[in-house]
Design a protein around this ligand. Structure first.
Ligand code: ADP
Ligand code: ZN
Ligand code: ZN
Length: 835
């Protein structure tokens, strides 16, 4: 079979590599990407006084139409017509925010995802960089002193003199002086310690964790007259060297008061030290790499062998608990030895903390962490540490793919199949794919790992674009859990509790609890009842803004929309007929939790889903509860399926395996298989064997049978045949146009016009576009979300290049074909969800 020409990698191999940019000596004209929705870059001239400060990777303030906007310097301008050129107004950064090596990556993303270059960069940089406007500057005593000397230039003198009469908002300085003052000059004054800049918002959000540490003073005064607890403290320090406050408190509860006195009297020295804690609040100890088993060793050798030999991608398939993370760490260590940096992507925050913990115990402080759970200030700090080369490993969620390393030697994507690598707003990129692209552009190794790899990646391995590696044994040969299927059709006759907590599951829960072990119950739907039916008129209760039925939430006593967040009191009458007789049907995690409570009144039951984890720190608290065995039964959605490692969970119950099978999406089977196999993998990770009870209405569906047998290969072969027969990815590529608007008629018309334009374009160049298929416009499966009516057009093609050229041409024709003020069109390249 001929398989090339239909693959993810082909596109960028053929796309032009953008020029690398060095700033010329005089910086008189620069190329700027502005942070607005336009697809090309602009040339600006740089006034003399700003030239010393202009450099690739810095932000500038530039006039754009009637506005002033932020732009990013991409380098000196190549060609320009001097007539129409506007001036840069200011240079905003003292140091570049990215290196020129990143520009080709940004450019690639902009071309491939059809997203304006300036917005790509804005998306890549840590947020919150616009706080600039609120800076206040104050003169320091040193500044007052230098003002009396002649060590400064006239502009600096003017600024300091102004500040000498009182603090000033930074963006008022130029106006007050009636003289342009570059931000870069202000920054150099600040660096010299002549002025202080305060950022109200940012200062408040930066909180590194610091702790007091104590050590014995040298020389030590006489000990004889000290009280017993004081002697005890000094004894601990004599034994252990430097010890933290929290550690001391464990031994001597009153330590806080005592150390203050001891310090005063010269018995000990104190210093503040930054501390890193694991997500459970425990200090991280350095670890020693374990001896790899034979399988791991083989894999590590093969990857390490490819380091420094150009671009290649490995797909590491290893069952849950087979030691993939250990492989990542050992390959990372080898990469660092070669003077290169490592990027580690993990699908979600709870898992990042787990990965961070293991990497930190191995690599110490060389780690930067990037994810959305950090405040803007914290994220900016992490970003700066990378730029300053204080960190050479970045761990994070999808946005960490933009970490500004100049020399990447390895990109790692853990749980590479996970759909959360796809960003579903603004810049719609897939970080898993970008990890391969970045490796390609850097000529280095990409390592994708999963127990249940995506069909896409497996296909790439099959086509020999990726090198497949396997770990078939769990560490210490722990067996995979035994999976029993329960046919839910047989319990249709049951009423109430027994319908979903079937007798077999109930007995298994009881046995597990009796043994003092923990239970995980999985259901991929939150809430209490998934729909609410009016008993008078028979209508389901729907969201006011979406075409979606509302879910009943018991704790909130409200009907909620899971798409837009709309909420309405459960006591309110039917919105069709006004009747108050509304019946709540179906199930969700909240109902399972309540049911389990009734069946096992002595068990400690907790629930983990989006409703219980919206507060910061809630996830960690739940995970800690599991770890410390303060939770006997955890009920949860797919949040519980991912990667967690809790050795005392020996029973996993899958309440209803079918929910994701019915998604109107060609990936429904893949998603179901991955979810079931992952959740099953949570059982039996410790020394006791695990058991899984999988309840389903479709016991003979191949995704479910393959999950039962943990047989990835048989799943892959069935699924790939299905994809091939219907010409779905990976045999074709897709680009989806998502059309939405608040006016149903206008939106439909716009969708139809856009469809017509697609067809005209296809016929206008039928030879180039013969492989491009245009499907739609059709109304989306979710016809209305958050008051917007939704339509879609799917472009599909066997040849990535033709498909992409088609979309680019469509976009270039006339941008207003796409957007106007009433209807929005979003381009989704390689869509993950077609809803
Ligand atoms: P995975 O990432 O595939 O789920 P992990 O890397 O988390 O697997 O390994 C599972 C467990 O086995 C972890 O507790 C890890 O510390 C341990 N482990 C991994 N490799 C080894 C080894 N070579 N020797 C001993 N223990 C190991
Ligand atoms: Zn809604
Ligand atoms: Zn009604």
């Amino acid at each position: 079979m001929h398989v090339s020409g239909r693959n993810h990698l082909d596109f960028f191999i053929k796309s032009p590599v953008p020029r690398l940019i060095q700033m010329t000596a005089d910086n008189s004209y620069i190329e700027v990407a502005v942070a607005v929705p336009v697809y090309h870059t602009f040339t600006y001239s740089v006034p003399q006084f700003l030239r010393p400060f202009a450099a690739t990777g810095k932000r500038v303030l530039v006039p754009f139409g009637q506005r002033k906007v932020t732009g990013y310097i991409l380098g000196p301008s190549q060609s320009y017509e001097t007539a129409e050129i506007k001036h840069v107004l200011d240079v905003l950064d003292e140091h570049p925010l990215f290196e020129s090596a990143m520009i080709s990556f940004f450019q690639w993303i902009s071309d491939y995802y059809k997203h304006p270059i300036g917005e790509v960069i804005k998306n890549a940089l840590p947020g919150g960089l616009t706080l600039y406007d609120y800076d206040l500057i104050t003169i320091t005593p040193r500044g007052k002193k230098v003002l009396r000397s002649d060590a400064i230039n006239p502009v600096e003198r003017a600024v300091l003199r102004l500040l000498d009469s009182g603090p000033c908002r930074l963006n008022h300085v130029s106006r007050k002086l009636k003289h342009a003052v570059p931000a870069a000059l202000v920054q150099s004054l600040q660096r010299s310690g002549y002025i202080l800049k305060s950022r109200e918002l940012r200062d408040a959000s930066i909180k590194t964790r610091r702790e007091r540490f104590f050590a014995l003073a040298d020389p030590l005064p006489a000990l004889d007259r000290l009280s017993k607890p004081r002697k005890q403290i000094l004894g601990i320090l004599a034994n252990q060297g430097e010890v933290s406050m929290s550690e001391l408190k464990k031994h001597v509860p009153t330590a806080a008061r005592l150390v203050r006195a001891l310090e005063k009297e010269g018995y000990l020295k104190m210093r503040h030290k930054r501390v890193y804690r694991d997500p459970f609040g425990e200090p991280i100890r350095a670890d020693i790499p374990p001896r790899l088993n034979a399988e791991q060793q083989k894999v590590v050798i093969q990857i390490v062998d490819s380091l420094n030999k150009g671009f290649s991608t490995f797909l590491l398939q290893g069952v849950t608990g087979s030691g993939k993370t250990e492989v990542y760490m050992q390959v990372a260590a080898e990469t660092l030895k070669r003077g290169k940096s490592v990027l580690v992507l993990v699908p979600e925050i709870a898992l990042i903390t787990q990965m961070e913990r293991r990497f930190r115990s191995r690599f110490g402080e060389r780690i930067a962490v990037l994810h959305s759970g950090l405040s803007a200030g914290e994220r900016y700090d992490q970003w700066s540490r990378i730029l300053q080369q204080k960190a050479d490993i970045a761990i994070g969620a999808r946005s960490a793919i933009f970490a500004p390393f100049s020399k990447v030697g390895l990109t790692i994507v853990d749980e590479e199949h996970d759909s959360s690598y796809k960003q579903e707003n603004n810049l719609r990129y897939n970080a898993r794919d970008l990890a391969v692209v970045r490796a390609k552009l850097n000529g280095c190794v990409a390592l994708l790992g999963s127990a249940t790899p995506s069909i896409q990646s497996c296909y790439n391995a099959f086509a020999e674009k990726f090198v497949q590696l396997n770990l078939q044994q769990r560490i210490e040969n722990r067996p995979l859990p035994e999976i029993k299927i329960v046919d839910l059709r047989e319990s249709m006759g049951y009423r109430g509790l027994q319908r979903f907590i079937t007798p077999l599951l109930q007995q298994a829960i009881k046995d597990t609890l009796d043994r003092g072990q923990q239970v995980l119950l999985f259901l991929n739907r939150r809430g209490f009842a998934s729909f609410a039916l009016c008993q008078s008129c028979g209508q389901p209760q729907r969201c006011k803004h979406c075409d979606i039925s509302l879910t009943y939430h018991q704790k909130a006593n409200a009907f909620k929309c899971h798409y837009c967040g709309f909420s309405r009191a459960a006591t309110s009458p039917c919105d069709s007929c006004g009747s108050s007789k509304i019946r709540k049907l179906g199930l969700g995690t909240e109902k399972i939790e309540t049911t389990v409570h009734k069946l096992f009144p002595n068990a400690r039951v907790a629930r983990m889903d989006r409703d219980t984890t919206s507060r910061k720190g809630a996830i960690v608290k739940l995970l800690k509860g599991l770890k410390d065995q303060n939770i006997d039964i955890l009920v949860g959605t797919q949040m519980v399926a991912k990667g967690h490692d809790f050795p005392n969970i020996t029973l996993v119950g899958i309440i209803c395996a079918d929910l994701s099978l019915n998604f109107p999406d060609f990936r429904a089977g893949e998603i179901t298989f991955q979810l079931l196999a992952q959740v099953a993998g949570r059982a039996g990770r410790g020394s006791s064997p695990g058991q899984v009870i999988l309840q389903t209405y479709n016991p003979e569906h191949f995704s479910i049978m393959a999950a039962r047998d943990q047989d990835f290969n048989s799943f892959y072969h069935q699924e790939i045949n299905f994809r091939k027969a219907l010409d779905y990815p990976p045999f074709s590529r897709m680009i989806q146009l998502k059309i939405s608007g608040k006016d149903s008629v206008l939106t439909r018309k716009h969708a139809q016009q856009l469809g017509d334009r697609c067809r005209t374009l296809k016929t206008s160049n039928s030879s180039a576009y013969s492989t491009v298929e245009i499907m739609g416009p059709i109304e989306s499966a979710l016809t209305k979300v958050a008051r917007r009516y939704r339509w879609q057009i799917l472009l599909k093609g066997r040849h990535a290049k033709a498909l992409h050229q088609f979309a680019s041409e469509l976009l270039a024709e006339n941008p207003t074909v796409f957007h106007n003020s009433r209807v929005r069109v979003v381009i989704d390249v390689d869509p993950v969800s077609l809803l």
